[in-house]
Design a protein around this ligand. Structure first.
Ligand code: AHR
Length: 341
C-alpha cells in the first residue's frame, strides 16, 4: 500500500496535526513533541515511537538511545512525547496508523486500555512492539513482542540486598516504599518482586507505600510530608529504617529532603533504589544510597534490531529482557563499572 505524504495525512485527521509542526524539522531534537529526521523516503523503514515523557534521566536516556540506534540504521522516527498521558499515546498511535508507518513502538504508561488501538494497528497490518513496560490484553496477538526489563526480578534484587545487609540484625525493620506510577506494570512488578522476597523474613514490615509517580519532586514531597506529619524535625520519630524507591529520581528527591533535615542518609536510613543514573551512582559512592539495582535504559540497539525484523514481516521474540547488575555499598568502587547515565 502506498505510504501517504505528510500533507495528505494532515488533511485526513485533526488528530495528526502534530505531524505538521515537525515536517520540516531535520535536526535530532528529542525535546520536541514530534520529530522526523528527514523528508519521507520510500526506501526507509519508518518507526512510529510513542514515549511517555521525560519524567526521569532514565527516560531521557531511553529516548536518546532509541533515536541514536535508529539514526545509525537509517530508520526514520516519528516521535511523540505523551507528557505522561495515556490519551496522548492513544492519539499518537492512531496518527502513526493513519500515516502508515512500518512499525509502531510504544512505552505504555499504564497496563490497561490498549486493546482497541492495537486492534486498529493489527487491521492496518502494522506490527507493534511494546517497550519497557508491559500491557494487559485480552488478545496476545495484538502485539508482536515486548522488549524491556524484568521488574519483578528488579524488586527481588532490591529485597535480596536488604536480607543480606540485615542478616545479623534481630530488630524489627520498617520499610517505606516509594512506588512508581500507579497502574504501570513497572510499579506493580517492582512492588511484587520486592514483597515476594522481603516478606519471607518476618523482621521486615512495609509500613508505608506511597506513589511518587517516578518523579524527583514527589520523592521530595513524600519525605517532607513525613516530617510534617510527625510534627518533628527528627527522623527517629518516623520509625522508618529503610526506603525502597522504585527509581533514582524519587530516591534523589527523598535525599534532598533528608539532607535538608540533617538526616544522615545511608546511615540513619538505608536507601535502596533502582536505575543507575549518574547522580544516584555518585550518592552511592558517597554512602548516601546503599544499593542501586541497575535498570538499563539503553534499549535502542536491541529495539531497532526488532524493528527491522518486524518491518520485514518476520516474527520477533515474544519477550526480550535486558539484564542489569546490582551496585551496592559492598562494592569496591575502584573496580566497578558503575558510571551512570
Ligand atoms: O519504566 C522504567 C522506569 O520509568 C524507570 O525506572 C524510571 O526511572 C522511569 O521513569
Amino acid at each position: 500500500m502506498l505510504k501517504k505524504s505528510f500533507a495528505t495525512v494532515i488533511g485526513l485527521a485533526a488528530a495528526v496535526s502534530f505531524l505538521f509542526s515537525a515536517c520540516d524539522r531535520k535536526k535530532l531534537n528529542i525535546q520536541s513533541t514530534i520529530y522526523v529526521d528527514d523528508e519521507r523516503d520510500g526506501a526507509k523503514i519508518i518507526l512510529g515511537f510513542s514515549q511517555i515523557g521525560t519524567e526521569s534521566s532514565w527516560r531521557t536516556e531511553n529516548t536518546r538511545s532509541v533515536f541514536e540506534a535508529a539514526a545509525e540504521q537509517g530508520i526514520q522516527v516519528l516521535y511523540d512525547d505523551a507528557q505522561q498521558k495515556q490519551t496522548n499515546q492513544l492519539k499518537a498511535i492512531r496518527s502513526f496508523i493513519v500515516y502508515r508507518v512500518d512499525v509502531i513502538a510504544f512505552v505504555p504508561i499504564v497496563e490497561d486500555g490498549w486493546d482497541n488501538v492495537l486492534r486498529e494497528a493489527k487491521e492496518a497490518r502494522i506490527p507493534v512492539i511494546v517497550v519497557d513496560r508491559k500491557i494487559k490484553t485480552q488478545d496476545e496477538s495484538l502485539y508482536a513482542g515486548f522488549i524491556g526489563e524484568d521488574g519483578i526480578e528488579e524488586g527481588r534484587k532490591a529485597a535480596r540486598f536488604l536480607l543480606q545487609k540485615y542478616s545479623d540484625s534481630t530488630k524489627k525493620l520498617n520499610v517505606l516504599e516509594l512506588r512508581g506510577t500507579d497502574y504501570s506494570s513497572m510499579a506493580k512488578e517492582r512492588s511484587a518482586g520486592f514483597r515476594e522476597v522481603l516478606l519471607q523474613d518476618p523482621r521486615f514490615c512495609i509500613v508505608k507505600s506511597v506513589s511518587g509517580d517516578f518523579l524527583r519532586s514527589r520523592g521530595k514531597e513524600i519525605i517532607s510530608n513525613i516530617f510534617a506529619k510527625e510534627g518533628s524535625l527528627s527522623w527517629e520519630n518516623s520509625s522508618l529504617d529503610i526506603i525502597f524507591s522504585h527509581n533514582d529520581a524519587m530516591s534523589l528527591g527523598a535525599l534532598d529532603t533528608l539532607q535538608l533535615y540533617g538526616v544522615n542518609a545511608g546511615r540513619d536510613v538505608t536507601i535502596v533504589s533502582i536505575d543507575g543514573e549518574k547522580d544516584a551512582v555518585a550518592a552511592l559512592r558517597e554512602g548516601k544510597i546503599n544499593c542501586i539495582v541497575e535498570c538499563n535504559p539503553r534499549l535502542g540497539p536491541e529495539l531497532i534490531k526488532l524493528v527491522k525484523t518486524a518491518a520485514n514481516r518476520n516474527t520477533i521474540p515474544r519477550v526480550t529482557y535486558v539484564d542489569g547488575r546490582v551496585y551496592s555499598e559492598n562494592d569496591d568502587f575502584s573496580l566497578t563499572q558503575a558510571v551512570g547515565f
